[in-house]
Design a protein around this ligand. Structure first.
Ligand code: TRP
Length: 455
């Protein structure tokens, strides 16, 4: 067996694990992608489809990842290598886990750039930069920020510094303290936004847009989107859940913790939708997507509504919190892997990784300015990192994890570690992770590659 078990410690309670994993799962995807996906794919119809994907793909694979982490209590790469070897397979396949761990690095580099944008909006909105602003003007403000590397460089450096400062503290002093502070802040900010949305008078309209069921808008594309989102939102395929699972107390039940995390993630995505949609309806806006929603449409809405400065400030602070808890989780797997691999303590590992991820981030932020001429497969670097990590590596690692849990690990070992109270639920999980999840995730990879590479 390679490496020693238990290196970094254990979460001081089962709840901290639940909140840390929830913090990782709730990210930019919940606030930006989900409300749009729902409102443009038939509302409640999409939510139902998405629930099915969460149950058949997201949850089973997430359980498998936490199982891998907790049963070995090592970094994701070593844990997978040991599990493979114990099951009589070649440990070399653990390079798939390594790809996942390193892809966290890719995601972090553009996540940090986006957090930089968000932070500069926190400042901009609260100082009144957006009062009465028009759509065109708002677009200009955003594009100028995006295309001027100096400002973002400062924010990006700040974000890398803060995240590494948290990571260097280790599981209990660093991650746990950050989670204990950030998660309550996140809930309070979301509650404040919802309270406001309830008063706008368009809450019911937003509610209907989100929940009214229209099956005619569902197509194959919706199925693929729901599948991909279920996967993305739970932060599977990067080793985060394995790394966090490695610090999970032994007596806690993996199955019920994961159900709770999935439920919270879903609930917060819906609440974010309920907070955002009424503001857009009040300002007669079409639900926009992603970056434009956050950096153009919403700021215009804030600029025209009562108390917009405060509400806008709360909104961007919420997005910062949501993104920060995910960013921290992104760096944990690569940090534990590297420090165990090289036998370095946390401090030098974090300094090294901080410099690396900072440099990577510079290429991501430069892809709108001094590196805009670099294109790979039609993407600039920023979007290319996103594409490779979220559409290829994450699903591939997910597929691998499903095969590992469904086909390779001995069923008795699984059942002992998971210790589910109901044999029926355990068998249901095992059948799903053995047959259904791999097929579904395999289809994401297949469609992504066919779609992108066949032109
Ligand atoms: N779950 C995050 C979101 O919804 C995004 C994400 C995907 C992520 N994979 C991750 C975050 C790994 C942290 C770690 O936005």
């Amino acid at each position: 067996m390679q490496g020693k078990p238990i290196i970094n410690g254990v979460w001081s309670s089962h709840w901290i694990f639940i909140f840390a994993a929830t913090g990782s799962a709730i990210g930019l995807g919940n606030v930006l992608k989900f409300p749009y996906l729902v409102s443009s794919n038939g509302g409640g119809a999409f939510i139902l489809l998405y629930l099915v994907c969460l149950l058949l793909v997201g949850t089973p694979i997430m359980i498998a990842e936490v199982f891998i982490g907790r049963s070995k209590r090592q970094n994701p790469v070593y844990a997978i290598r040991n599990i493979l070897q114990e099951s009589g397979c070649s440990g070399r396949w653990s390079f798939v886990a390594l790809a996942g761990v390193l892809s966290g690095f890719l995601i972090f580099s553009f996540y940090s750039v986006v957090i930089g944008w968000v932070l500069s909006y926190v400042v901009g909105i609260s100082t009144g930069d957006f009062i009465g602003i028009g759509m065109q003007e708002a677009k200009q403000v955003f594009y100028q920020l995006r295309d001027t590397p100096e400002t973002i460089l400062r924010w990006h450096s700040f974000v890398v510094f803060v995240v590494m400062l948290i990571i260097v503290g280790g599981v209990n002093r660093g991650l746990e303290n950050a989670i204990k502070f950030l998660m309550p802040v996140l809930f309070i900010l979301l509650a404040a936004l919802l309270g406001y949305a309830l008063q706008t008078g368009n809450f019911t309209k937003g509610f209907y847009l989100l929940f009214s069921i229209d099956f005619s808008k569902l197509g194959w594309d919706s199925v693929l989107s729901a599948l991909k989102h279920a996967f993305f939102t739970l932060s599977i395929g990067v080793g985060v859940m394995m790394a966090y699972g490695a610090y999970m107390p032994k007596q806690a039940s993996i199955g019920s913790s994961i159900f709770l995390i999935v439920l919270l993630d879903m609930l917060i995505a819906l609440l974010a939708g309920l907070a955002i949609l009424p503001m857009m309806i009040t300002n007669n806006m079409e639900p926009a997507y992603g970056m434009d929603l956050m950096f153009v449409t919403l700021p215009v809405a804030f600029g025209h509504m009562q108390a917009g400065q405060t509400i806008g400030f709360i909104f961007f602070l919420l997005v910062t919190t949501v993104a920060l808890t995910s960013a921290i989780s992104l760096m944990e797997p690569v940090t534990t892997w590297l420090s165990e691999h090289w036998g370095w303590s946390r401090l030098p590992t974090c300094i090294f990784l901080g410099i690396m991820v900072w440099a990577f981030g510079v290429t991501a932020l430069g892809s709108f300015s001094f590196l805009s001429h670099v294109e790979i497969m039609g993407f600039n670097l920023f979007y290319f990192y996103d594409f490779v990590a979220t559409n290829i590596i994450m699903p591939l690692v997910g597929l691998f994890v499903a095969i590992l849990a469904g086909w390779i690990v001995n069923k008795r070992i699984l059942s002992e570690e998971l210790a589910m109270k109901s044999v029926f639920v355990f068998n249901l999980w095992h059948i799903t992770v053995r047959y259904i999840s791999p097929l579904a995730v395999g289809s994401i990879v297949y469609f992504m590659l066919v779609e992108k590479l066949s032109y």
